[in-house]
Every structure is written in C-alpha cells, then in structure tokens.
Ligand binder design. Structure first.
Ligand code: APR
Length: 326
C-alpha cells in the first residue's frame, strides 16, 4: 500500500515540528517547502532541515521519507497539505495585524496547491487563522470539506492543560470543547467540560474555570511575551492530531475551522452567507466529513454570535485588501 504523502508549506518552527511529528508517528512521507532566504540565496533551508530530520530515523526508528524543496511541483500527488507559510506574531502584534502580510502569502500558496495538489485535504495554520482558511478556500475553489483550519485543537489543548494543572489530574482525563474563532474569540463551554464525565463545575468554582478559559484565550500571547515569537510545539501537536485523523480515517471529533452556513447561526449573523469558524467536526479521510451541531444555551450562543461577528469583520478587512478574492 502506498504511504500517505504529506506536504508542509513553510518549513519554519511549526512546519519543522509538524514534519518531525509526522515522521515519529509514521503518518506518511513528508515534503517540506519553503522559499530561499533573500539575503543568503546560496542556502537551502528546507533541504537542510529535511536532512537533519531524516537522520533521526535510525534513532527514532521511522522510515518516513523527508525531503525539502523550493519547488511546488514536488507537492504533486499530496494527500494532505499543511500550510504554515507566513510570518509569526511579534510581541504586541494582534492576529489582525498579520492579515495584510499573511493573506498575500497564503493566496500565492493556494494557487500552487490548486495547480499541483488538486485532490489534497488542506489544513491551514497560518494566522489570522479564520481569515487565512477563507482565503485558501476561495483561491483553490476546493470543496469546503477539503479546506480546514487548525485552531480549536490547539485552543482545547491549552484549556485542558490549564484545567489539569489547576486540578492536579492527568490531562488525559479532561474532556472539553471550545468553539468560535481562534484565541481571543473562542467560545468557552464549561457546561460540556468534565473530568471523565464528572462536570467541571462540580470540581472547581466557576471563577477558576473562567481563569483557565481566559488563560487559554491568550495562551498564544503569553508564549509570545515570553519567547518573542509565537508558539510552535502545541500548534504543531494540534495540527498533527488532524493529520492523523485524516490519514488513518479515524473519524475523530476535533474542533476545526470549518465552513458553516446554517450551523450555529453563522449565516444568520453574516447576511445569509457562510464563514469558516471553529466547530466540532468529524475528521476522516475526506477532511471535514460532518459538522456536529448541538443546542447551545443563550449565553453560549451570544458568545458564538460575537465570535462570528469578529470573524466576519476580519473577512471584510481581508476582502478590502484583496478585492479579487470575491
Ligand atoms: N512559500 C513557502 N514558505 C513561505 C512562504 C511562501 N510563499 N512565505 C513564507 N514562507 C515561510 C518562511 O520562509 C518561514 O520559514 O514560512 C515559514 C514560517 O515559519 P516561521 O517564521 O518559523 O513561523 P511559525 O512560527 O512556523 O508560524 C507560521 O503559523 O501560527 C501561525 O502565526 C503563525 O502565521 C504564522 C504561521
């Protein structure tokens, strides 16, 4: 049987860590794509990183092939394409500030994916996520189930980490869900959070749960303040959770940025049109195979509506900058 081919566009911090995790889990072969350094055109960073990673194989006992390239034609036949191309957030910079730079990059990457990997499932990681996944969908013209954004998997991982720290229990035993836009725009759902089925609100005062939600919301910013650049280990872990669900057709339920219209009142908040927002998805070989909807209470839907309206504003900014997107 043929191994999955997984291309990673952007061989920087997140891209490199994604490549390493794919190999460690033997999810498939990896093609790392990047662009030459402007000031040092003699170097070949993606090829160097691929070589370094490939040499972990004998120690880590993986046979995944890892290659690095500047040529988009090398992504031909990819089953999954992960897009991390773009610039990461600097201290004090909001995700929205990134839109003008990263939308241009993601647009050009999308044109290449459309040409060379027309059957791939695309996972967008570049920020501001909810706008970048929209750009990817518009430019590739791929069916919406094959374009998804990584945000919820990371946000939920942060939320669970902080709850586990607070409770002094294993992260494995926390179940939780968050919806909405990435980061500051996430919609917390303490009502649906539990420790092996025991409601979180029976175990912690509401303020403590809220403190974990708030920390997860700004979890990316907390790392930026400490490191001077954005996180990569946890974003990569969230992305690989999605990749694994796709290549192993696991039908995992993962919150992803997926195209919604009637779901969760998205179209109702956006003049009847759809948007990409974080919702629980069944993720399998076809990408987003199903969006799971459920009845929200009034507070949750209000918070979801606010989140949708922020995503809507972000898309308006993107459209203004790139009117040809439509
Ligand atoms: N094609 C391919 N790669 C590109 C392109 C392009 N057109 N433009 C930029 N890149 C590459 C850069 O050369 C760099 O190596 O994308 C890589 C990004 O890597 P980092 O700068 O290390 O950024 P990283 O921390 O990995 O974050 C990537 O994900 O979470 C988001 O906000 C984050 O948007 C950022 C993205």
């Amino acid at each position: 049987m043929r191994r999955a081919k997984i291309s990673v566009i952007g061989a920087g911090n997140i891209g490199g860590e994604c490549a390493r995790s794919i190999a460690m889990k033997e999810l498939g072969d990896v093609v790392l794509v990047d662009i030459p350094f402007k000031d040092k055109p003699e170097l070949h960073m993606p090829r160097g990183k691929a070589l370094d990673l490939a040499c972990c194989g004998p120690v880590e006992k993986f046979d995944s092939r890892i290659t690095g390239t500047f040529e988009y034609k090398d992504i031909e036949g990819s089953d999954v394409v992960i897009v991390t191309a773009g610039v990461p957030r600097k201290p004090g910079q909001s995700r929205d500030d990134l839109v003008s730079i990263n939308a241009g990059i993601v647009k050009s990457v999308a044109q290449q994916i459309k040409q060379y990997a027309p059957n791939a499932v695309v996972i967008v990681v570049s920020n501001p996520l909810d706008a970048m996944v929209y750009v990817m969908w518009k430019v590739t013209g791929f069916p919406a189930n094959r374009v998804m954004g990584q945000a919820g998997a990371l946000d939920v991982a942060r939320y669970k980490t902080f709850l586990a720290m607070e409770l002094g229990v294993s992260v494995e035993d926390i179940q939780g869900l968050l919806l909405g836009g990435h980061g500051d725009d996430m919609v917390p759902l303490p009502r649906l959070t539990s420790v092996n089925g025991i409601p979180i609100l029976d175990l912690l005062p509401a303020e403590k749960v809220q403190a974990c939600v708030d920390r997860a919301k700004v979890g990316g910013g907390e790392v930026v303040k400490l490191m001077g650049t954005s996180a990569w280990y946890a974003p990569s872990a969230g992305t690989i959770e999605m990749v694994e669900a796709i290549v192993r057709d696991k039908k995992r339920v993962i919150p992803c940025a997926a195209y919604c219209d009637k779901e969760f009142n998205v179209a109702g908040m956006n003049e009847g049109k759809g948007l990409f927002v974080g919702v629980p998805c069944v993720v399998g070989s076809k990408g987003v195979e199903k969006i799971i909807t459920f009845k929200m209470d009034e507070t949750e839907q209000k918070s979801m509506n606010e989140s949708i309206s922020h995503v809507k504003d972000l898309i308006a900014v993107t459209r203004k900058l790139f009117p040809d997107l439509g």
